[in-house]
Each structure stands twice: as structure tokens, then as C-alpha cells.
Ligand binder design. Structure first.
Ligand code: SF4
Length: 470
């Protein structure tokens, strides 16, 4: 099997992935959109703790990234692991939007207008479950209360099955400049099985309309490892996606966790696994790199001129709950049901059920249900894991300067545990660096897991909380 060359001349050594390596390293593991990961967070972290973090953040005056969660969908896609509320009745949005506006009011009252919003994102669920008028009202409410930077990234997740041209026109008028869109797979058999029928033509037409309306950036999501997929069918999907020339592609491994998401059990016997799933991943990797996309981190691709690709090259790439971003250094304020915040040294998550969220906001203005304040050790490990996942290298001197430690002494046991991945060709350990090899990029989550001090506690081999790394 051959390797794949990336845009910048380095190789992804996909041909070197043996059965032995797959068996050894294809294990459940976090995607590290946070460290520590959410299962470690504490239930005794509440609204007062989050507000204390807001106060500290004010003193530092960092820029803001705002995320708002809109949880409603008209029907449930069976693969979905997001926090969703399936509703046919659109009137449910009315009390929810009232609560969300109340939360925006409360949070914005604690934020100085000197702090620019450099990133604003609506995720879901399906944000376009709302009518254009509801979207305009909600956006206007937020915009009046926060100071948006003139060049802010303003993005939204859209579902082509329920997004009209009127929605797009309204979003564009409001100033949204980025769209992200779920595709997952274009094969009819796969789409029927996962109950998300979204033909190519429907997706193409929405993308053409968004280009015509002047959205600057378009990102699409794909999933490999879905029922009835194989390398050939996924390759056909990739070829169709390439005709749409998205600026960015997220290609996620399907997370099969039916003990957490019961509906996934419906197709459990038709899932590609092991080498077969790996070949699907490989088809995706070869398809996008062959078409000139740059491989970003562990699961994204971007056109070479996209700022995500430039950020990877300049080592300014950053990872947060929304995936890879160029907005390092911003505090993330999450609002809405189940939304996550990352403010200074703290993480916080809102209540996960809509009625509980609405009740908590009515009473207190915010709805924090759990969170985590990072210790000095957790801050250090977060930085090290972030460096690996964003830059594929840890330069020891940089970590030593930032955290006033001796890297080799502090991480002596981690370095000893990396000896085996090093022998297997996944990392190069030398005096100055821990560097992930082109082969190691395929198993980069496994390398990151070595630095996670909580991983053993999460009983990874029973009913894992995470998907497999491939
Ligand atoms: S539309 Fe998106 S959020 Fe809603 S069920 Fe489907 S995948 Fe999940």
C-alpha cells in the first residue's frame, strides 16, 4: 500500500498501518476538545463558580467567542450523538428563545463592551428549525448586548433538509459569513439506514445559493464508519463532495455508543469495523489529500489558502469545543441548553434538558450544572495535549518556559510510556522534542492519551465513554 503526500510535502504513512498496529492502538479515546474531558468535570461546580470565572476573565480582557445552542430537530438521525430535542411542534421554540435571551441578557451584563466578540456560532440541533424572523430577533438581541469585532467570524450549522433560501438571505443580511453543513454520506442506502435522507442535489443547491449570497466560508461534515459504508462507496461520496469545493471538511469517525444513544442499536450489525473501517478512513484521506486539501490535526481538511491551513503551518492553530479554530486566546462563553464554556482556567456546562435549562435560567440567569477549575497540573497537560493535536510536536523548551518545569523530570513516566509507541514508529523522542511521525498522525489521539492523567479512571474497556480512535 502506498503513502499519501500532503500539500507541504510531508507524508501520511497510511501504508504502514499493519493489523498489529490497528489491534494495539485502535481503542476508545477522547477527541480532546477539552482537557480534562467532560466526564471528569464536577457536579459541585455551579453558577457562582462560573460567574467567578467571568469576573477573573474581565480583569484579563481577553476577546470572546460566543456559542449558542439551538437544540431542536424535526426528526432524529439515528447516528446522532448530539444533545437534541426532537420536536414537530415549532411552538416549543418560543419559551426556549425567551430563556436563551434571558441568559444572554444576564451574561452580557457581566461582560465589558471593551471585549470584542471575534467568533460567534450557532450550533445544534438544527438552528434553522427557527423561522427567519426568530433568527433575526435572537441575533439582534445578542448583537445589541455584545461588542462584535468588525471582522468577527459569524457562523451557523445548517441542515439542507430544513434550510430555505429565505433562511440564508436572512442570515446573510444579519452578517453571518460562515456556514457549516452536515452531509455524513451521500449513498442512498447509508442515508436511509441512518434516517437522514439528503440527496446530493439538495445539498448542492443550498451550497450554490450560499455562494451566490456571499457567504465567505463553507464547511461540511462527513462521517466514516456508518452502516453499509465501504471504501468504494465512501470514495464515491468524497468525489461528490469535491465537486462542491468546500473550504473545510470535518471527517469524523462514527462514534458507536448505543449504551449512551439507544437509537444507534438499530443498525449495530451493519457497521464496518477494524480494517474495513480503516479502509474507509483511508479512502477519505486519499481523496482529500489527492485533491489538494491540507490535513489539519486529526480529523479536518482545508483548502491550502484557508486560514486553518495557514494557522497549522504557523503553529497558531487552536482546538476547542467547536473543533479546530484559528482563534486562540479567546474565552468561549456558551449559552443555551447543554452549552459548554471555557473561561480562563475553568470549564462549565449548562443543564442538558430543555425544561431544566429554562427553569434554571428563570431563577438564576444562567444554568450551570457542572464544570471544572483547572489545577496547575491540568493547565500544563492541557497545553501539552493541545500542542500535540494542533502542531504534532511538543517543543520541550517552550513548555518549560511557559510552566517553569523541567519537561523530562515532570513527564518522566509519560516519556517512559511513549517508548513503545516510539518503537512502533508513532513518535520520535529526542532531547528537544516529542514529535509525532507521519504514521503517528493516524493514531495521534493515542499519543495524546499518554499525557491524560484521568484516562485510566474512565474504564475504557467496559462501556467506554468515547469512540475508537480510528
Ligand atoms: S439534524 Fe443534526 S443534530 Fe439533528 S438529529 Fe440529525 S444529526 Fe443530530
Amino acid at each position: 500500500m502506498s503513502d499519501v503526500k500532503t500539500k507541504h510535502g510531508d507524508k501520511i504513512e497510511i501504508g504502514a498501518v499493519s493489523e498489529h498496529l490497528l489491534e494495539k492502538y485502535n481503542l476508545p479515546g477522547p477527541r480532546y476538545t477539552s482537557y480534562p474531558t467532560a466526564p471528569v468535570w464536577k457536579d459541585d461546580f455551579g453558577p457562582d463558580d462560573l460567574e467567578e470565572s467571568y469576573t477573573r476573565a474581565e480583569a484579563l480582557a481577553t476577546p470572546l467567542s460566543l456559542y449558542m445552542h439551538l437544540p431542536f430537530c424535526e426528526s432524529l438521525c439515528l447516528f446522532c450523538a448530539c444533545n437534541v430535542s426532537i420536536q414537530k411542534d415549532k411552538s416549543v421554540a418560543i419559551p426556549y428563545l425567551a430563556a436563551l435571551k434571558h441568559e444572554i441578557e444576564h451574561v452580557s451584563g457581566l461582560v465589558s463592551k471593551q471585549r470584542p466578540v471575534i467568533q460567534f456560532h450557532w450550533g445544534g440541533g438544527t438552528p434553522t428549525f427557527l423561522t427567519p424572523a426568530q433568527m433575526e430577533d435572537l441575533f439582534g438581541h445578542a448583537r445589541e448586548r455584545f461588542a462584535f469585532a468588525p471582522d468577527a467570524e459569524i457562523g451557523i450549522e445548517v441542515d439542507p433538509r430544513v434550510t430555505s433560501r429565505a433562511h440564508l438571505e436572512s442570515l446573510r443580511r444579519l452578517g453571518f459569513n460562515r456556514l457549516s453543513m452536515g452531509i455524513q454520506d451521500f449513498q442512498p442506502k447509508v442515508q436511509e439506514t441512518i434516517r437522514r435522507v439528503q440527496p446530493y442535489e439538495m445539498t448542492r443547491d443550498l451550497i450554490l445559493a450560499s455562494r451566490e449570497l456571499g457567504f465567505e466560508s463553507l464547511s461540511v461534515d462527513l462521517i466514516y464508519g456508518l452502516p453499509y459504508q465501504n471504501a468504494a462507496t465512501f470514495q464515491a461520496t468524497i468525489e461528490q463532495v469535491l465537486t462542491l469545493t468546500p473550504d473545510r471538511v470535518a471527517m469524523f469517525s462514527y462514534a458507536h455508543v448505543p449504551w449512551l444513544r439507544k437509537q444507534q442499536g438499530a443498525f449495530a450489525t451493519h457497521l464496518p469495523e477494524g480494517r474495513e473501517k480503516f479502509q474507509i478512513f483511508r479512502a477519505g484521506l486519499e481523496g482529500f489529500l489527492g485533491a489538494g486539501y491540507v490535513y489539519i490535526g486529526m480529523d479536518h481538511f482545508a483548502l491550502p489558502e484557508d486560514e486553518l491551513a495557514t494557522a497549522q503551518q504557523d503553529r497558531t492553530l487552536h482546538r476547542n469545543f467547536m473543533g479546530y479554530t484559528t482563534k486562540a486566546g479567546a474565552d468561549l462563553y456558551g449559552m443555551g441548553v447543554s452549552a459548554i464554556s471555557s473561561v480562563g482556567d475553568a470549564y462549565a456546562q449548562n443543564r442538558r434538558e430543555v425544561p431544566a435549562y429554562q427553569a434554571a435560567v428563570a431563577e438564576r440567569g444562567i444554568a450551570t450544572m457542572r464544570g471544572y477549575r483547572l489545577s496547575a497540573d491540568a493547565r500544563l497537560r492541557r497545553s501539552v495535549i493541545g500542542r500535540l493535536l494542533c502542531h504534532t510536536v511538543i517543543v520541550k523548551r517552550e513548555v518549560e518556559q511557559e510552566f517553569s518545569i523541567s519537561f523530562d523530570e515532570y513527564f518522566a513516566s509519560e516519556l517512559a510510556r511513549l517508548a513503545e509507541p516510539s518503537t512502533d514508529g508513532l513518535v520520535i523522542l529526542d532531547r528537544d522534542e516529542v514529535r509525532v511521525t507521519p504514521l503517528g498522525r493516524i493514531f495521534i489521539r493515542n499519543v495524546a492519551m499518554v499525557f491524560d492523567r484521568y484516562i485510566e479512571e474512565q474504564k475504557m474497556d467496559q462501556k467506554p465513554l468515547f469512540s475508537k480512535t480510528l
